[in-house]
Design a protein. Structure first.
Length: 371
């Protein structure tokens, strides 16, 4: 891997720096991280262009095992926890104007939403330390059940009617949000209940039940911080839970906007009742834009992630046959918020995808039939 790209994975740390810097500069500067994420990065994407290169075979093992890449995502977890605590502290002691507060909230969302992406990366690793850090990060956005649903639900049922995180053709993001937020939570409960029953473990046990911890830990975290900071200011610091839950909702909504984009309208062939063809590189929308891929730890190479969920971000591959989005995720998120614009742009691409998927599916069916 080229040194420039290797160092480029430090870019996500720019956003928390801008969050803090924007706060101390004050006023409109509080929008800095949000502006950087949703304006400057898309401009750089268009100026610098796409990156379709993959790690060379002879370098694969070396890059795969390089602890530098793992260190980046682990350290991002503790940066996020620290920034959250710092943000709640300064807001409790030094209230912001309405405009500055909105900017600060949007900038924090730009940071913590990518934090869920970091948790997503760590949650697929086998290491217990990585999985602990994944859950710790998800706690700061009240989305710990994502660890259960994503790993054991979404990756099994993606691009099928069984997956609440797969958006349907002509479904608006807002309708999808209700489907995936509430449907994902229900699915996680079901998955965890079945796991505990299979292992004959008690359901109402915080020690064993991931879902009980997913509810209790964020509430405990913010209750402790609110109590400490209320003592500091001498009255109930209502801004602490208000900001915490606001940034959480905005962060996981941003994540679900990414889910909306990644599999919009895609379906796998049903080969028998409730049994579907294997996931292949055609079942995810991808983007090869270099800068947004660096910022998102190559989340936009989503097809390879679904093919090999435990493959670390630094060695995820670009596939020419994978369907490509016209822009990187930041721009596509903004377009998804305007349904007529989204449908006008993506439905044509979806029809092209369907014809390719049908051809690919037929080829695979014939191969399987003659195997």
């Amino acid at each position: 891997m080229k040194l420039v790209k290797k160092m480029g994975f430090l870019a996500p740390f720019i956003i928390p720096i801008l969050v803090v810097l924007g706060y101390y500069l004050g006023s409109f500067w509080n929008f800095s991280a949000f502006f950087f994420a949703y304006t400057l990065i898309p401009i750089c994407d268009e100026m610098i262009g796409r990156d379709k290169t993959n790690v060379e075979k002879e370098d694969f093992e070396k890059v795969f095992d390089n602890k530098y890449f793992e260190m980046l995502v682990h350290s991002m977890v503790y940066v996020q926890v620290a920034i959250i605590i710092w943000a709640l502290y300064v807001l409790a002691l030094y209230p912001l104007s309405t405009l500055a507060y909105i900017g600060f909230l949007l900038s924090m969302m730009s940071f913590t939403s990518n934090g869920i992406n970091v948790a997503h990366e760590l949650g697929h690793k086998k290491s217990s330390f990585a999985r602990f850090n994944a859950k710790l990060n998800l706690m700061t956005t009240c989305y710990m059940h994502f660890y259960v649903e994503h790993n054991r639900g979404h990756h099994v049922h993606v691009a099928t009617p069984l997956d609440p995180a797969t958006s349907k053709k002509n479904q608006t993001f807002y309708a999808f949000w209700v489907q995936t937020v509430f449907g994902g939570f229900r699915s996680a409960w079901k998955i965890e209940k079945e796991r505990l029953a299979k292992k004959e473990l008690p359901f109402y046990s915080i020690y064993h039940n991931e879902m009980l911890r997913a509810i209790i830990f964020p509430l405990l975290f913010i209750t402790i911080l609110t109590s400490i900071l209320s003592f500091q200011v001498g009255y109930f610091a209502y801004v602490v839970p208000l900001f915490f839950f606001s940034q959480s909702i905005m962060a996981f909504s941003s994540l679900e906007a990414v889910n909306y984009i990644e599999h919009y309208g895609m379906t796998r062939r049903e080969i028998s009742p409730n049994k579907y063809e294997r996931v292949n590189p055609l079942h995810s929308w991808n983007s090869s834009h270099l800068i947004s891929n660096l910022m998102l730890f190559q989340l936009q190479r989503h097809s390879d992630h679904h093919a090999y969920a435990s493959r670390p971000y630094q060695v995820l591959r670009h596939f020419d046959e994978s369907p490509q989005l016209p822009f990187g995720y930041p721009v596509m998120i903004m377009i998804a918020l305007v349904p007529p614009l989204w449908f006008m742009l993506m439905n044509k691409k979806l029809e092209t995808w369907k014809s390719l998927a049908i051809q690919e599916s037929e080829i695979r069916r014939r191969v399987e039939a003659t195997a």
